[in-house]
Design a protein around this ligand. Structure first.
Ligand code: NAD
Length: 520
């Protein structure tokens, strides 16, 4: 019943823009409710990271196409902002159901273009879907306040959408991160321009098709493609009022500076180096399993991966056991049901990670487990790297200083919790951290004294569910208002306060007053 005839028409148009069987399909733009093929001559190849096969082409959208998308969003805003909050809520209900129904299709696209395992890809979709589910509370989330401030005089606040807002996405969560952005923006009454990562745009295209099926009108969601030129357009376009960015430090700082200089509101989630502190009193089995999962899951390509282990005191003896658990993880392509660790995104990423591992060895770290020689039968060209563990790492080493973003765990040893806290708080990133302990007092001290935005206590990847917000801090975040939750609603809205005077009876004889009204 939800599948409208309009949705079917979009689908047919999408299919008609795909290439002949022997050529990779050309990813369309989605502008003003139409899936259209770019007129560009400049196409970027999307590779399956397990095989190097070119699975799609992505256009560097032309300046005209970007203008067209912006005009479409600006035009749609005039009517979209006037739709009732209940109809926006209803569309979010329909949208979440459609995403749930197409979970496997979305996950297949993610495995093919990004490389993570099928089960993990479903988790990627689910964590985004939860944000859409939370957006169904939009009437409550956008409710204002009201107070009678003086006799017959009321002040009330309302939340209004900003206008056109843009989203710029990274490769590592092709469904979750676009879903952090546009559903909440749209539910608040904005219209959107989304730029998926040029390395894996497929999931966003499916999400756009489903948005049309859910009845989200033409121009409310637009998908534009490309790299730096498209980003520059979004940072400079006067119609764009706000930018949500998730990705690397380099691009994020650039976008934050350029967007802010143009007067736009910008939220930018950046890189990370998340430390897990292992206290000697922790539950050994639970801790080592959580550590191995959080360091090597998604091939370490999660911004909340627990990529740095800090062993306190006697817990350093557990590293041999950790190596055994890491060694037991199966490396392979994402559609193989036994695979634990898929490929990394590109040969360049693989080479960079190899370089960082070698730098650790050269600087005096010990390689407890070396995954560099891994080869997967039938997938010899894939960007595979087995779980790798470096120990005796020191803070000045490059492998500690830089985000590795691969299945590599660096281990440090300290004597006390205070030393662990000092180390974490001196690190430039503040995305997430975790402590493993059986002591409530230790956990409370850690929670109070650690300077990171998201803290796990016996929980390795404390990404908050969407009734809260994603609260990375310090070097892992630029801006003032975080993604999703109430903070996300604040990001995508302005508060207007109205003060009104309606007397129950005709005004008595008042005289002009030049003093500042104090409303006593
Ligand atoms: P990336 O910065 O290379 O790309 C992100 C987006 O920025 C892409 O859409 C890309 O086209 C654009 N971009 C890249 N370089 C640019 C440049 N020089 N100028 C303008 N635009 C540019 O990031 P990535 O490699 O796709 O993603 C991995 C990074 O994202 C990691 O650092 C990871 O920690 C981070 N990340 C952070 C979070 C978080 O919530 N903190 C979540 C996911 C990923």
């Amino acid at each position: 019943a939800r599948r409208s005839p309009v949705g079917q028409a979009h689908l047919l148009r999408l299919l008609s823009t795909t290439a002949p069987a022997n050529e990779p399909p050309k990813t369309p733009l989605y502008i003003n409710g139409e899936f259209i093929q770019s007129r560009t001559k400049d196409w970027i190849e999307v590779h399956n990271p397990a095989t190097q096969e070119v699975v799609a082409l992505v256009p560097q959208a032309t300046p005209d196409e970007l203008q067209e998308a912006s005009r479409s969003a600006a035009h749609a805003f005039k009517t979209w902002r006037k739709t009732s909050v209940l109809s926006r809520q209803r569309m979010m209900f329909d949208y979440q159901a459609l995403i749930r129904d197409h979970m496997d299709e979305l996950a297949r696209s993610i495995v093919t273009e990004q490389g993570k395992t099928f089960v993990d890809a479903k988790g990627d979709v689910l964590r985004g879907l939860q944000v859409v589910e939370a957006a169904t509370s939009i009437p409550d989330l956008t409710m204002g306040q009201r107070l009678e401030v003086a006799k017959d005089m009321d002040t009330y606040s309302i939340r209004e959408p900003l206008g056109v807002v843009a989203g710029i996405c990274p490769f590592n969560f092709p469904a979750m991160i676009p879903l952090w952005m546009f559903p909440l923006a749209i539910a608040c009454g904005n219209t959107t321009l989304i730029k998926p990562s040029e390395r894996d745009p497929g999931a966003t295209m499916i999400l756009a098709r489903l948005a049309a099926e859910a009845g989200i009108p033409a121009g409310v969601l637009n998908v534009v493609h490309g790299s730096v030129n498209t980003v520059n357009f979004l940072c400079d376009d006067p119609a764009v009022r706000a930018i949500s960015f998730v990705g690397s430090d380099h691009a994020g700082k650039y976008i934050y500076d350029r967007g802010s200089a143009n007067g736009k509101r910008v939220q930018a989630n950046l890189g990370a180096k998340n430390h897990g502190v292992i206290m000697p009193d922790a539950d050994r089995n639970h801790t080592l399993n959580q550590l191995a999962g959080a360091a090597f899951g998604a091939a370490g390509q999660r911004c909340m991966a627990l990529s740095t282990a800090v062993f306190v005191g006697e817990s350093r003896e557990w590293q041999a056991d950790l190596v055994e658990r890491a060694r037991a993880l199966k490396v392979g392509q994402g559609f193989d049901a036994d695979t634990d660790v898929g490929p990394v995104i590109s040969p360049q990423a693989l080479e960079r990670i190899h370089g960082l591992i070698q730098s650790g060895v050269d600087e005096g770290a010990e390689l407890l487990l070396d995954g560099r020689q891994v080869s997967i039968q039938g997938y010899e060209r894939g960007n595979f790297l087995g779980p790798t563990i470096l120990t005796k790492v020191r803070p000045e080493m490059r492998c500690y200083q830089e985000e590795i973003f691969g299945p590599v765990l660096v281990c440090l040893e300290v004597k006390t919790l205070d030393e662990a806290l000092e180390l974490i708080n001196a690190n430039r990133y503040g995305n997430g951290t975790a402590i493993f302990t059986r002591s409530g007092a230790t956990a409370r001290k850690f929670q109070q004294e650690v300077d990171a935005g998201q803290v796990g206590i016996n929980v390795p990847i404390p990404v908050p569910l969407p009734m809260f917000s994603f609260t990375g801090s310090r070097g892992s975040f630029l801006g003032d208002l975080n993604f999703y939750g109430r903070s996300g609603v604040s990001f995508y809205t302005n508060i207007k306060t109205i003060t009104s005077l309606w007397r129950a009876e005709d005004a008595d004889h008042t005289t002009a007053s030049v003093n500042m009204p104090t409303m006593h």
